[in-house]
Design a protein around this ligand. Structure first.
Ligand code: SAH
Ligand code: SF4
Length: 400
C-alpha cells in the first residue's frame, strides 16, 4: 500500500535525478532524513547509478537505471542490503505491466543516450541508446487503451533517433496512429539536430499524435552549441522551429535553455536572447549550468563564470521568455480549444486545470473529473495562464 507522507511509510523509495547537482543533493538529503527516522530506504535512478555502493551508507538498497524491476523482488522478498547497478538485461521490465493506471501515462520507447553532449551525465548513468521493440510498445499502448487511458507521452532522450527493425520514428508514429486509439499521444524529447520534416508532416497528418514539440535549444550561440556538442547551429534551430510552425500553425514549441556554460560570453548570451525573440517559445525550462563529472565540459573547462553573472543571465532570460509566452497566450484569446482536465487548480479554488492539445495549461471555472475532455473558449489570460469558459464536455471516441 502506498502512503502520502514520510511519517506513515515503512519503506521509502527515493527516485533520483543527477542532471544537475542540486537535485542530486536533494535526493540524498531526503534519503538521509528517511533513514534517520528509521525507515527502510531504497535509492533508485541516476544518482544510484552514479554513486553505486557509496550509497549503501544511507540506503538499504541501491537500484540503478536499468534494474528498476528489481524493486519488485526487493519488496516481495524483503531483500535489503543489496546493490543492483549493472546495466543488466534490457527486456524484462518492458513486460512488467502496471496495476494502477491513471488517465495520463508515460511509456518509455527508448532508453539511454549516445549523444554525449559535453555537459550531460545522462549517457553515463543511463547507458547506450536502445530502442524498444515496436510490437512491445504497441502491446503496452493497447493495454493502456483498454484501461481507458486518455493520454500517453512516449519517452526517450532523443526520440527522433528511434529505430527498430527498419522502422524510423516517423514510421513508428504512423503505426501507432493507426493501431492505437488513445485520444492523445505526445512524445518527448526531440533533438533539434535529428527531428525531420517527415516527423513534422506525420504529426500534421495524424489523428492522435498531438502538435507539441519539446525542442531543447540549450544555447543560442553557434560557438557555445559546438562546445556543447549539440550538432546544430543557431540558424538551423531557428529554421526547424519555423518549419514546425509553418507546417502545423497550431503547434506549440517548448524548450530547455541553459545559461553559464563555461565558454558563454555576454555576446553569446545575447544570441540566446535573440533566438528567444525569434522563435517565441510557448514554454521553457531554464537552468544554470552545473558541472557534472565525468561529462566532458566538467573536465575540460573551469566553471569560472561568477555566480552573480549566471544568476543575472538566468533572470534576464526568464524575463525575456515570459514576454513571448505572454504574447503567444494572448493569441489564444477568443479561440476555442479542447482541454483534458487534470484536476483541481492549485491557484484558485472552484477552478479546474487542464491541458490543451498543444500541452498548455489552462484553467476553467467548475469542478470536472480528471480525464474529462472539455471544449472551452479562452476568455482572459491571468499572468501567463489562459482562463477558459467551459462550452461542452466531449466524449471520446469522436472521430474514430
Ligand atoms: N535529452 C534531452 C535532455 C535531457 S536532460 C535533450 O537532449 O535535450 C534535461 C535538461 O537538463 C537538458 O535539456 C538541459 O537543459 C538540462 N541539463 C542537462 N545537463 C545539465 C547541466 N550539466 N547543467 C545544467 N542543466 C543541464
Ligand atoms: Fe544529455 Fe544530450 Fe543525451 Fe539529451 S541528447 S540526454 S542533453 S547527452
Amino acid at each position: 500500500m502506498s502512503v502520502n507522507s514520510l511519517e506513515d511509510a515503512d519503506i521509502v523509495i527515493v527516485n533520483t535525478c543527477a542532471v544537475r547537482q542540486k537535485p542530486e543533493e536533494r535526493g540524498i538529503r531526503y534519503a538521509k532524513e528517511a533513514k534517520r527516522r528509521g525507515k527502510k530506504v531504497i535509492i533508485m535512478g541516476c544518482v544510484a547509478q552514479k554513486r553505486k555502493e557509496k550509497l549503501l551508507d544511507v540506503a538499504d538498497a541501491v537500484v540503478g537505471t536499468r534494474e528498476f524491476h528489481r524493486i519488485v523482488d526487493i519488496l516481495k522478498e524483503w531483500k535489503f542490503g543489496v546493490l543492483y547497478t549493472d546495466f543488466g538485461s534490457l527486456t524484462s521490465y518492458f513486460l512488467w505491466r502496471r496495476k494502477n493506471v491513471s488517465f495520463s501515462e508515460f511509456v518509455t520507447i527508448q532508453i539511454g543516450c549516445d549523444n554525449f553532449c559535453s555537459y550531460c551525465i545522462v549517457p553515463y548513468t543511463r547507458g547506450r541508446e536502445v530502442s524498444r521493440p515496436v510490437d512491445d510498445i504497441i502491446s503496452e499502448l493497447t493495454y493502456l487503451e483498454s484501461r481507458g487511458v486518455k493520454e500517453v507521452t512516449l519517452l526517450g532522450q532523443n526520440v527522433n533517433s528511434f529505430f527498430y527493425d527498419g522502422i524510423d520514428f516517423a514510421d513508428f508514429l504512423k503505426v501507432i496512429d493507426k493501431k492505437v486509439e488513445i485520444p492523445r499521444i505526445y512524445f518527448t524529447t526531440s533533438h533539434p539536430r535529428d527531428i525531420s520534416l517527415k516527423v513534422i508532416r506525420t504529426v500534421k497528418n495524424s489523428k492522435h499524435i498531438m502538435p507539441w514539440f519539446h525542442l531543447p535549444l540549450q544555447a543560442g550561440s553557434t560557438k557555445v552549441l559546438m562546445d556543447m556538442g549539440r550538432g546544430y547551429t543557431k540558424e538551423e534551430y531557428i529554421e526547424i522551429a519555423g518549419k514546425i510552425r509553418e507546417i502545423i500553425p497550431e503547434a506549440t514549441i517548448t524548450t530547455d535553455i541553459m545559461v553559464g556554460f563555461p565558454t558563454e560570453t555576454e555576446a553569446d548570451f545575447e544570441e540566446t536572447l535573440d533566438v528567444v525573440k525569434k522563435v517565441k517559445f510557448d514554454h521553457a525550462y531554464m537552468f544554470i549550468y552545473s558541472p557534472r563529472y565525468p561529462s566532458k565540459s566538467a573536465i575540460v573547462y573551469k566553471n569560472n563564470i561568477p555566480e552573480e553573472v549566471k544568476g543575472r543571465r538566468l533572470r534576464c532570460l526568464i524575463e525575456e521568455v515570459n514576454i513571448y509566452i505572454k504574447e503567444r497566450r494572448e493569441l489564444m484569446l477568443g479561440k476555442e480549444y479542447e482541454i483534458l482536465i487534470e484536476g483541481p487548480s492549485k491557484k484558485s479554488r472552484d477552478y479546474s486545470k487542464g491541458k490543451t492539445q498543444g500541452n498548455l495549461t489552462c484553467i476553467v471555472p467548475g469542478i470536472f473529473e480528471p480525464g474529462t475532455f472539455l471544449r472551452v473558449k479562452i476568455k482572459e489570460i491571468i499572468g501567463l495562464t489562459p482562463v477558459g469558459e467551459p462550452l461542452q464536455v466531449i466524449s471520446y471516441p469522436i472521430s474514430f
